[in-house]
Design a protein around this ligand. Structure first.
Ligand SMILES: C[S@@+](CC[C@H](N)C(=O)[O-])C[C@H]1O[C@@H](n2cnc3c(N)ncnc32)[C@H](O)[C@@H]1O
Length: 450
């Protein structure tokens, strides 16, 4: 595809890269490299309709290929579209199940959902997004993927500074950037580019890095990444950061074929900058990225947790137990949290979160209505088939009608009167259904219908 690169852009990269710049410009005109990830949080997660014939070398759940955002695999959270270079960011974050991890610039959630899938529903992941509209998309992607250990916030990085100093074991700053690595995927992004815009982005990134430094525990790791090539936003910002914070240092990251070293001469000539990683689309099978891993000196400090009141009353427990007795094979009652009429299985009950704008704290289980409890779509997307007493497998026709908002009328009368049943299509749970009078009433959220 023809991408209209500006003369300023071409001139800048000719000066920086010499003849190689022409290869970069040609690569930007080629088709983008599509890829997707599977979701190990789901039952039989490899049961997808897409070919797994082309695995990505450095990810055990990543594959080259395109996916359809309307397919059952997508709607039920079995797959997530992510280009290959972005996948490697989560690999170098290297999330562990018991850690406290903060993703400061998380929307729409491609790296965060990968981090969560590696944490196997344990530990704590805080996924933050400053932009309210984008934060909602982030929250719904987290729901679709059946993630339970994540607090989704809509705040500025600065808002965390008062209460979360030295708190997180790992932080990802996937910074807002000039997006040069997005040019071929999103040719519109070329229009925003200018030499000044690169400077503005670099400046904003420094503010985010300042916050990240404060929030990182001693001994913790900060991964900084951008999907742009500019030295100002990459080597120069890391040079600035290392000079400002002498207790931070760069750590080695593994480099696969096509991945290149950071360029000291594009920063302040600090030879350590070779430890950073660059991907350019003329050498690497992906859109292009910069990433590096920074470690804070010192011994980890165990943050003290002060718990908030869970807001639950005895009758609330009774209503959920009554629901579970009929519809579930087992019920875990840990970390329950009631916020207005909604019940969550909280990812955190730590009162540090008070004052932040929280969109989701862990798993939304459902809503208390008059004398009853109604389960939320988020819960079914996180449940495994063996945790439900009844599952109804929809035919293709029933599935399409259900997605549209229609109820399912059954030919015979099954014995699941007044139950909440799990609905599956191609063996993937994607919604609750409410059975009564030989019908499965449609409870698929209006915003998800198609
Ligand atoms: C590169 S995108 C993040 C992509 C995301 N990590 C993913 O993998 O899906 C950068 C994000 O930073 C957000 N952002 C913009 N200005 C910001 C600021 N001053 N502080 C923190 N985040 C900001 C943008 O809204 C955007 O969602």
């Amino acid at each position: 595809m023809k991408v209209d690169l500006s003369n300023d852009f071409k001139e800048k990269y000719r000066q920086l890269m010499g003849e190689r710049a022409e290869k970069l410009f040609s690569a930007i005109e080629e088709d983008s490299q599509e890829a997707f990830r599977l979701n190990p949080l789901k039952a039989n997660y490899q049961n997808v309709e897409y070919s797994l014939a082309k695995p990505i070398e450095y990810s055990n759940i990543g594959y080259y290929g395109d996916i359809d955002g309307n397919s059952i695999d997508h709607l039920s959270g079995y797959v997530y579209s992510q280009e290959p270079s972005a996948m490697y960011v989560t690999e170098i974050v290297d999330p562990q199940a018991d850690e406290k991890i903060l993703d400061l610039c998380a929307a729409p959630g491609s790296k965060t959902t990968y981090i969560a899938s590696k944490m196997a529903s344990q530990g704590l992941l805080v996924s933050n997004e400053i932009n309210a509209k984008r934060a909602k998309v982030l929250s719904s992607n987290i729901e679709r993927m059946g993630i339970t250990n994540t607090v989704v916030t809509n705040n500025s990085p600065k808002d965390f500074e008062k209460k979360f100093d030295n708190f997180f074991d790992k932080i990802l700053v996937d910074a807002p950037c000039s997006g040069e690595g997005m040019f071929r995927k999103d040719p519109e992004s070329v229009k925003y580019w200018s030499l000044d815009y690169v400077e503005q982005c670099a400046n904003r990134q420094q503010h985010i890095l300042d916050s990240a430094y404060k929030l990182l525990n001693q001994g913790g790791t900060l991964v900084y990444s951008t999907c742009t090539f500019s030295p100002e936003e990459n080597e120069q910002n890391i040079s600035w950061f290392l000079d400002k914070y002498p207790d931070m240092h760069l750590a080695d990251v593994k480099k696969y074929p096509g991945m290149e070293d950071g360029r000291p001469e594009w920063g302040n000539n600090n030879p350590e900058l070779t430890k950073a990683l660059r991907m350019f689309p003329d050498q690497f099978n992906g859109e292009g990225h910069f990433m590096c891993k920074l470690v804070k000196d010192g011994e980890r400090i165990e943050p003290k947790e002060r718990k908030i009141n869970d807001g639950l009353k005895k009758d609330d427990f009774k209503l959920v137990q009554k629901f579970a007795k009929v519809n579930l094979t087992a019920l875990t009652e840990n970390n329950w949290l009631k916020i207005s009429d909604f019940l969550y299985q909280a990812a955190s009950l730590d009162n540090r979160f008070k004052g932040l704008h929280i969109l989701r704290n862990g798993l939304k289980l459902g809503e208390f209505k008059k004398n009853r409890f109604e389960p939320d779509i988020a819960w079914i997307l996180a449940l495994k088939p063996d945790q439900l007493t009844t599952i109804y497998k929809l035919s293709q026709e029933q599935y399409e009608k259900y997605l549209h908002g229609e109820s399912v009328i059954l030919a015979t009368k099954p014995d699941f009167d007044n139950k909440w049943i799990g609905l599956s299509y191609q063996d993937k749970l994607f919604s609750w259904g409410r059975y009564s009078n030989q019908q499965i009433k449609n409870v698929y959220p209006k915003g998800l219908r198609r």
